[in-house]
Design a protein around this ligand. Structure first.
Ligand code: NAP
Length: 262
Protein backbone atom coordinates (compact mmCIF):
# COMPACT_ATOMS: atom_id res chain seq x y z
CA UNK A 1 0.00 0.00 0.00
CA UNK A 2 1.26 3.47 -0.84
CA UNK A 3 0.84 5.63 2.27
CA UNK A 4 1.18 8.75 0.05
CA UNK A 5 3.66 10.35 2.42
CA UNK A 6 6.33 11.26 -0.12
CA UNK A 7 7.21 14.94 0.27
CA UNK A 8 4.85 15.45 3.21
CA UNK A 9 6.24 17.32 6.23
CA UNK A 10 5.96 15.73 9.68
CA UNK A 11 7.00 17.12 13.05
CA UNK A 12 7.49 14.50 15.77
CA UNK A 13 8.29 15.88 19.21
CA UNK A 14 10.29 14.09 21.93
CA UNK A 15 11.96 11.95 19.31
CA UNK A 16 15.59 11.35 20.25
CA UNK A 17 14.69 7.83 21.37
CA UNK A 18 11.80 5.47 22.02
CA UNK A 19 8.41 5.79 20.35
CA UNK A 20 9.07 9.26 18.93
CA UNK A 21 12.32 8.29 17.24
CA UNK A 22 10.84 5.08 15.81
CA UNK A 23 7.91 7.10 14.41
CA UNK A 24 10.22 9.71 12.86
CA UNK A 25 12.29 6.92 11.28
CA UNK A 26 9.19 5.32 9.78
CA UNK A 27 8.00 8.66 8.32
CA UNK A 28 11.45 9.07 6.77
CA UNK A 29 11.32 5.55 5.31
CA UNK A 30 8.02 6.51 3.67
CA UNK A 31 9.63 9.54 2.01
CA UNK A 32 8.37 12.28 4.34
CA UNK A 33 10.48 15.24 5.42
CA UNK A 34 10.80 15.05 9.17
CA UNK A 35 11.53 17.49 11.97
CA UNK A 36 12.28 16.06 15.41
CA UNK A 37 12.97 17.60 18.78
CA UNK A 38 14.21 16.73 22.26
CA UNK A 39 16.22 18.48 24.98
CA UNK A 40 19.59 16.76 24.72
CA UNK A 41 22.31 16.37 22.09
CA UNK A 42 20.95 12.88 21.33
CA UNK A 43 18.53 14.59 18.94
CA UNK A 44 21.27 15.45 16.43
CA UNK A 45 22.55 11.88 16.68
CA UNK A 46 19.05 10.51 16.04
CA UNK A 47 18.57 12.80 13.02
CA UNK A 48 21.94 11.78 11.52
CA UNK A 49 21.15 8.10 12.05
CA UNK A 50 17.74 8.39 10.34
CA UNK A 51 19.17 10.45 7.46
CA UNK A 52 21.93 7.92 6.85
CA UNK A 53 19.51 5.02 6.90
CA UNK A 54 16.74 6.53 4.77
CA UNK A 55 18.27 9.35 2.73
CA UNK A 56 15.41 11.60 3.91
CA UNK A 57 15.88 15.17 5.13
CA UNK A 58 15.66 15.28 8.93
CA UNK A 59 15.73 18.53 10.88
CA UNK A 60 17.01 18.17 14.46
CA UNK A 61 15.82 20.78 16.95
CA UNK A 62 16.78 21.15 20.59
CA UNK A 63 13.62 22.01 22.47
CA UNK A 64 11.79 21.40 25.71
CA UNK A 65 8.07 20.87 25.03
CA UNK A 66 7.20 22.29 28.44
CA UNK A 67 8.38 25.70 27.20
CA UNK A 68 5.99 27.72 25.06
CA UNK A 69 8.79 29.70 23.39
CA UNK A 70 10.51 26.44 22.36
CA UNK A 71 7.29 25.18 20.81
CA UNK A 72 6.79 28.36 18.80
CA UNK A 73 10.41 28.17 17.64
CA UNK A 74 10.27 24.53 16.46
CA UNK A 75 7.03 25.00 14.54
CA UNK A 76 8.47 28.08 12.82
CA UNK A 77 11.77 26.33 12.12
CA UNK A 78 10.00 23.33 10.57
CA UNK A 79 7.86 25.49 8.30
CA UNK A 80 10.85 27.64 7.33
CA UNK A 81 12.98 24.61 6.48
CA UNK A 82 10.37 22.51 4.64
CA UNK A 83 7.85 25.11 3.44
CA UNK A 84 4.84 23.92 5.44
CA UNK A 85 3.54 21.36 7.89
CA UNK A 86 1.22 18.43 7.16
CA UNK A 87 1.53 16.19 10.20
CA UNK A 88 2.04 16.83 13.91
CA UNK A 89 2.77 14.04 16.38
CA UNK A 90 2.57 15.35 19.95
CA UNK A 91 4.85 13.29 22.13
CA UNK A 92 6.58 14.11 25.42
CA UNK A 93 8.45 12.26 28.11
CA UNK A 94 6.14 10.46 30.50
CA UNK A 95 5.23 11.92 33.89
CA UNK A 96 7.02 10.31 36.85
CA UNK A 97 5.74 7.04 38.32
CA UNK A 98 4.24 7.11 41.80
CA UNK A 99 1.10 6.72 43.88
CA UNK A 100 -1.09 9.61 45.01
CA UNK A 101 0.68 9.59 48.40
CA UNK A 102 4.11 9.69 46.73
CA UNK A 103 3.26 12.67 44.53
CA UNK A 104 3.47 16.26 45.72
CA UNK A 105 1.49 19.14 44.29
CA UNK A 106 4.46 20.68 42.50
CA UNK A 107 4.91 17.42 40.57
CA UNK A 108 1.23 17.49 39.59
CA UNK A 109 1.76 20.96 38.10
CA UNK A 110 4.93 20.10 36.17
CA UNK A 111 3.31 16.91 34.88
CA UNK A 112 0.20 18.80 33.77
CA UNK A 113 2.46 21.14 31.83
CA UNK A 114 4.45 18.25 30.34
CA UNK A 115 1.59 15.96 29.39
CA UNK A 116 -1.41 18.19 28.60
CA UNK A 117 -0.22 21.74 27.99
CA UNK A 118 2.60 20.64 25.67
CA UNK A 119 -0.01 19.08 23.36
CA UNK A 120 -2.31 22.12 23.62
CA UNK A 121 0.52 24.52 22.76
CA UNK A 122 1.90 22.40 19.93
CA UNK A 123 -1.52 22.16 18.32
CA UNK A 124 -2.20 25.91 18.78
CA UNK A 125 1.02 26.88 17.01
CA UNK A 126 0.75 24.16 14.34
CA UNK A 127 -2.91 24.78 13.47
CA UNK A 128 -2.47 27.74 11.06
CA UNK A 129 0.03 25.70 9.04
CA UNK A 130 -2.01 22.49 9.12
CA UNK A 131 -5.01 24.47 7.80
CA UNK A 132 -3.01 25.06 4.60
CA UNK A 133 -2.22 21.36 4.09
CA UNK A 134 -4.26 19.05 1.87
CA UNK A 135 -3.34 16.09 4.11
CA UNK A 136 -3.39 17.48 7.64
CA UNK A 137 -3.24 15.14 10.61
CA UNK A 138 -2.53 15.37 14.31
CA UNK A 139 -1.66 12.34 16.40
CA UNK A 140 -1.44 12.53 20.18
CA UNK A 141 0.49 9.82 21.97
CA UNK A 142 -1.22 8.86 25.19
CA UNK A 143 -1.39 5.48 26.96
CA UNK A 144 -3.58 2.50 27.78
CA UNK A 145 -3.67 4.01 31.29
CA UNK A 146 -6.52 6.15 29.92
CA UNK A 147 -8.65 3.00 29.53
CA UNK A 148 -7.39 1.13 32.55
CA UNK A 149 -5.41 2.81 35.35
CA UNK A 150 -1.96 1.28 35.93
CA UNK A 151 -0.57 0.73 39.41
CA UNK A 152 1.82 3.37 40.73
CA UNK A 153 1.03 5.72 37.81
CA UNK A 154 -1.41 8.25 39.24
CA UNK A 155 -0.15 11.12 37.05
CA UNK A 156 -0.40 9.20 33.78
CA UNK A 157 -3.76 7.69 34.80
CA UNK A 158 -5.17 11.15 35.49
CA UNK A 159 -3.64 13.72 33.18
CA UNK A 160 -3.57 11.66 29.98
CA UNK A 161 -7.36 11.43 30.09
CA UNK A 162 -7.39 15.17 29.48
CA UNK A 163 -5.31 14.60 26.34
CA UNK A 164 -7.91 12.06 25.19
CA UNK A 165 -10.65 14.62 25.81
CA UNK A 166 -8.67 17.18 23.85
CA UNK A 167 -8.09 14.75 20.97
CA UNK A 168 -11.74 13.77 20.67
CA UNK A 169 -12.94 17.36 20.93
CA UNK A 170 -10.50 18.52 18.27
CA UNK A 171 -11.48 15.68 15.93
CA UNK A 172 -14.93 17.27 15.96
CA UNK A 173 -13.97 20.95 16.01
CA UNK A 174 -11.17 20.74 13.40
CA UNK A 175 -13.01 18.40 11.03
CA UNK A 176 -14.35 21.39 9.09
CA UNK A 177 -10.71 22.53 8.64
CA UNK A 178 -9.93 19.08 7.17
CA UNK A 179 -7.52 18.32 10.01
CA UNK A 180 -7.83 14.75 11.28
CA UNK A 181 -7.06 14.19 14.96
CA UNK A 182 -6.43 10.76 16.48
CA UNK A 183 -4.60 9.24 19.41
CA UNK A 184 -2.60 6.08 19.94
CA UNK A 185 -2.74 4.45 23.35
CA UNK A 186 0.44 2.43 23.60
CA UNK A 187 0.67 -0.47 25.99
CA UNK A 188 3.98 -1.88 27.18
CA UNK A 189 6.52 -1.11 24.47
CA UNK A 190 10.16 -1.75 25.26
CA UNK A 191 11.94 1.65 25.44
CA UNK A 192 14.15 3.47 27.97
CA UNK A 193 10.98 4.79 29.62
CA UNK A 194 9.92 1.19 30.29
CA UNK A 195 13.34 0.44 31.76
CA UNK A 196 12.77 3.32 34.21
CA UNK A 197 9.33 1.98 35.17
CA UNK A 198 10.76 -1.53 35.69
CA UNK A 199 13.50 -0.02 37.89
CA UNK A 200 10.89 1.83 39.97
CA UNK A 201 8.97 -1.43 40.39
CA UNK A 202 12.11 -3.28 41.48
CA UNK A 203 12.67 -0.64 44.15
CA UNK A 204 9.19 -1.44 45.51
CA UNK A 205 9.08 -5.23 45.09
CA UNK A 206 12.74 -6.25 45.46
CA UNK A 207 12.31 -8.59 42.46
CA UNK A 208 15.01 -9.13 39.83
CA UNK A 209 14.73 -7.31 36.52
CA UNK A 210 14.06 -10.61 34.72
CA UNK A 211 11.20 -11.38 37.12
CA UNK A 212 9.66 -7.92 36.65
CA UNK A 213 9.88 -8.18 32.85
CA UNK A 214 8.39 -11.69 32.95
CA UNK A 215 5.47 -10.45 35.04
CA UNK A 216 4.78 -7.67 32.51
CA UNK A 217 5.00 -10.12 29.60
CA UNK A 218 2.63 -12.51 31.35
CA UNK A 219 -0.03 -9.78 31.58
CA UNK A 220 -0.05 -9.21 27.81
CA UNK A 221 -2.22 -11.65 25.81
CA UNK A 222 0.50 -11.82 23.13
CA UNK A 223 2.98 -12.74 25.89
CA UNK A 224 5.48 -9.96 25.29
CA UNK A 225 6.01 -6.22 25.14
CA UNK A 226 5.73 -4.44 21.80
CA UNK A 227 8.63 -2.92 19.91
CA UNK A 228 8.88 0.79 19.03
CA UNK A 229 8.70 -0.24 15.35
CA UNK A 230 5.34 -1.96 15.88
CA UNK A 231 4.05 1.27 17.42
CA UNK A 232 5.53 3.41 14.63
CA UNK A 233 3.94 1.37 11.84
CA UNK A 234 0.49 2.16 13.22
CA UNK A 235 1.32 5.79 14.02
CA UNK A 236 2.55 6.54 10.51
CA UNK A 237 -0.41 4.80 8.88
CA UNK A 238 -2.88 6.80 11.02
CA UNK A 239 -1.20 10.07 10.05
CA UNK A 240 -1.00 9.21 6.36
CA UNK A 241 -3.47 10.02 3.57
CA UNK A 242 -4.06 6.25 3.40
CA UNK A 243 -6.12 6.74 6.60
CA UNK A 244 -7.94 9.80 5.23
CA UNK A 245 -11.36 8.88 6.71
CA UNK A 246 -10.03 7.93 10.16
CA UNK A 247 -10.78 10.75 12.59
CA UNK A 248 -11.42 10.81 16.35
CA UNK A 249 -10.05 7.33 16.93
CA UNK A 250 -8.32 6.35 20.18
CA UNK A 251 -6.40 3.28 19.08
CA UNK A 252 -4.78 0.85 21.50
CA UNK A 253 -1.51 -0.63 20.30
CA UNK A 254 -1.02 -2.88 23.30
CA UNK A 255 -0.93 -6.57 22.42
CA UNK A 256 -4.45 -6.87 23.82
CA UNK A 257 -3.66 -5.96 27.44
CA UNK A 258 -6.64 -3.61 27.81
CA UNK A 259 -9.52 -5.65 29.24
CA UNK A 260 -12.53 -3.52 28.25
CA UNK A 261 -14.66 -4.52 25.24
CA UNK A 262 -14.65 -1.00 23.73
P1 NAP B 1 11.52 7.41 26.23
O1 NAP B 1 12.16 6.22 25.60
O2 NAP B 1 11.88 7.77 27.62
O3 NAP B 1 11.78 8.67 25.28
C1 NAP B 1 11.32 9.92 25.67
C2 NAP B 1 11.72 10.96 24.64
O4 NAP B 1 11.14 12.18 25.04
C3 NAP B 1 13.23 11.22 24.57
O5 NAP B 1 13.57 11.50 23.25
C4 NAP B 1 13.41 12.46 25.45
O6 NAP B 1 14.59 13.18 25.08
C5 NAP B 1 12.13 13.21 25.09
N1 NAP B 1 11.68 14.18 26.07
C6 NAP B 1 11.41 13.96 27.39
N2 NAP B 1 11.00 15.09 27.97
C7 NAP B 1 11.00 16.06 27.00
C8 NAP B 1 10.70 17.42 26.99
N3 NAP B 1 10.30 18.05 28.10
N4 NAP B 1 10.82 18.11 25.83
C9 NAP B 1 11.23 17.49 24.70
N5 NAP B 1 11.53 16.18 24.64
C10 NAP B 1 11.42 15.48 25.79
O7 NAP B 1 9.91 7.27 26.25
P2 NAP B 1 8.92 6.39 25.32
O8 NAP B 1 8.80 5.04 25.91
O9 NAP B 1 9.30 6.55 23.91
O10 NAP B 1 7.52 7.09 25.63
C11 NAP B 1 7.04 8.20 24.91
C12 NAP B 1 5.72 8.62 25.53
O11 NAP B 1 4.79 7.54 25.44
C13 NAP B 1 5.85 8.96 27.01
O12 NAP B 1 4.97 9.99 27.35
C14 NAP B 1 5.43 7.66 27.67
O13 NAP B 1 4.98 7.84 28.98
C15 NAP B 1 4.32 7.21 26.74
N6 NAP B 1 4.05 5.79 26.84
C16 NAP B 1 5.04 4.89 26.65
C17 NAP B 1 4.76 3.54 26.79
C18 NAP B 1 5.81 2.50 26.61
O14 NAP B 1 5.57 1.33 26.96
N7 NAP B 1 6.97 2.83 26.09
C19 NAP B 1 3.46 3.12 27.13
C20 NAP B 1 2.48 4.07 27.30
C21 NAP B 1 2.78 5.40 27.16
P3 NAP B 1 15.30 14.25 26.06
O15 NAP B 1 15.32 13.61 27.42
O16 NAP B 1 16.65 14.47 25.46
O17 NAP B 1 14.48 15.49 26.01
Amino acid sequence: MDLQLKGKVALVTAASKGLGKATARQFAREGAKVAICARSELIEKAAAEIETETGAEVLALRADVTRQEDIERIINATVEKFGGLDILVTNAGGPPAGTFNDTDLATWETSFNLTLLSAVRLIKYAQPHLQKSSAAAILTITSTTTKQPAQNMVLSNSIRLAVIGLTKTLSQELGSEQIRVNSILPGWTYTERVDEIITARIAKTGNTKEAEIASVNAAVPLGRMGTPEEFANVAVFLCSPAASFVNGVMLQVDGGITQGTF
